[in-house]
Design a protein around this ligand. Structure first.
Ligand SMILES: Nc1nc2c(c(=O)[nH]1)N[C@H]1C(S)=C(S)[C@@H](COP(=O)(O)O)O[C@H]1N2
Ligand SMILES: [Mo]
Length: 388
């Protein structure tokens, strides 16, 4: 059965986004409100900014300096769990094998000559927002490549294939029940998920070849999935007849959550997968005697965003830049008089078209979660007003 989101997605893919944009624009101002700090006045810094010094390698997004809906390539955060392979295009092929009728060996030129597709996708590390110094592991970039489904169709999946494994070229030492092995980064998907028309084999980001740290020459882009599913430095796609239980499916990036069933506690372990509705207040600016809270929302089809100041009533924010599809982020803003001079808290929450509300930190889905993955709870930031 088609879900609401499936239908939106297909319409969007067929109509190049116009149907979606129409939907997302309902309830928004017709005028695009500029999101540039120069036009918005003075930046009022957060007073709770975490020390991200130890994270400099990751190049986290700096919310207070957010001024572009598309994240420039040099500002993309980067996460790599193993080494960062440097691959020469001339020495590289994509292998498609395992339970397929026609194993493939594709060069980058062959992939580039296939029908091109592009999508703007907000890619967020599943660990983002899991601890206080890690709130900028998210970017919104334009990804360019070709359809995974058409490559899989050409390879011809055999009847006993159930799992598509995506192997990266990077590897590291893993200890598994006393065995020390060298293992490549890998993630997998069911055939149904892998055949989704949005999933792509990507060779460009923001109209330039993939930088090495983002997966040159080829990466998987799985819109709607957390970052870990978007395998970089892709070297092989393998069809298998059993579920894949590699580290990044089944040992790491596993959410442990307590679920109460009557009197009993059930400890649920699940593999990090699709994204959830999310939003953050990005920055506050001051101009013409008023404060403006700016933010972003993503992870699902955003239908509204609200802001609470000092834990008070939720007030609607306006969408300044709608989503281009369910996979990109939206920008929003809310004007505010600054309240009484002094410190204030600012919290945002987004709601998606299916009525899912971004949970409060006290919601059982967040509060009973023991691991830090998939932390889409409402974010509260602090600010001091009255000094302007
Ligand atoms: N081959 C490979 N792909 C990978 C990873 C990795 O360690 N190796 N890390 C994943 C994780 S956890 C994230 S959050 C994203 C980050 O993508 P980026 O570095 O392009 O921002 O890449 C994913 N793809
Ligand atoms: Mo990640």
């Amino acid at each position: 059965m088609d879900t609401h989101a499936d239908i939106d997605r297909r319409q969007w893919l067929v109509q190049g986004g116009s149907a979606f944009l129409g939907l997302a624009l309902l309830g928004c101002e017709a005028e695009d409100v500029p999101f540039l700090i120069g036009d918005q006045g003075e930046l009022i810094p957060w007073t709770d900014s975490p020390d991200t010094g130890a994270m400099s390698q990751v190049n986290l997004l700096d919310w207070e300096n957010l001024d572009s809906w598309i994240t420039p390539t040099s500002d993309l955060f980067r996460v790599g769990h193993y080494n960062r392979p440097v691959i020469q295009e001339s020495e590289w092929n994509l292998v498609v094998d395992g339970l397929v009728k026609n194993p493939l060996l594709l060069t980058l030129d062959e992939l580039r000559s296939r029908p091109k597709m592009e999508q703007v996708f907000t890619l967020e590390c599943a660990g983002n927002r899991g601890f206080s110094s890690f709130i900028g592991a998210v970017h919104n970039a334009k990804w360019i490549g070709t359809s995974l489904a058409s490559v899989l169709e050409e390879a011809g999946i055999m009847d006993d294939g159930i799992e598509v494994v995506f192997w990266g070229s990077d590897s590291g030492q893993e200890e598994i029940r006393g065995n020390n092995v060298t293992q490549n980064f890998a993630r997998s998907m069911s055939i149904e998920d892998a055949m989704d028309p949005s999933v792509m084999l990507c060779y460009e980001v923001n109209d330039q070849p993939l930088p090495n740290e983002h997966g040159f020459p080829l990466r998987l882009i799985a819109p709607g999935w957390y970052g870990v599913a978007n395998v970089k430095w892709l070297k092989k796609i393998e069809l298998r007849d059993s579920r894949f239980m590699g580290k990044f499916m089944a040992r790491d990036y596993v959410t442990l959550r307590e679920e109460k069933v009557g009197e009993e506690s059930v400890w649920m372990e699940s593999s990090v997968g699709r994204t959830r509705i999310n939003s953050v207040p990005a920055k506050v600016t001051f101009a013409d005697g008023k404060y403006r809270v700016h933010g972003a929302a993503w992870g699902s089809v955003v239908s509204s965003v609200e802001v609470s100041v000092d834990g008070g009533d939720w007030r609607p924010a306006q969408i300044s830049r709608p989503q281009e599809s369910e996979y990109s982020w939206a920008f929003w803003h809310m004007d505010w008089d600054g309240g009484s001079p002094g410190e204030h808290t600012i919290t945002s929450r987004a709601t998606d078209v299916d009525g899912r509300v971004q949970p409060a930190p006290s919601d059982p889905s967040i509060a009973l979660k023991k691991t830090y993955w998939e932390s889409n709870g409402q974010l509260t930031r602090r600010i001091v007003t009255g000094d302007q």
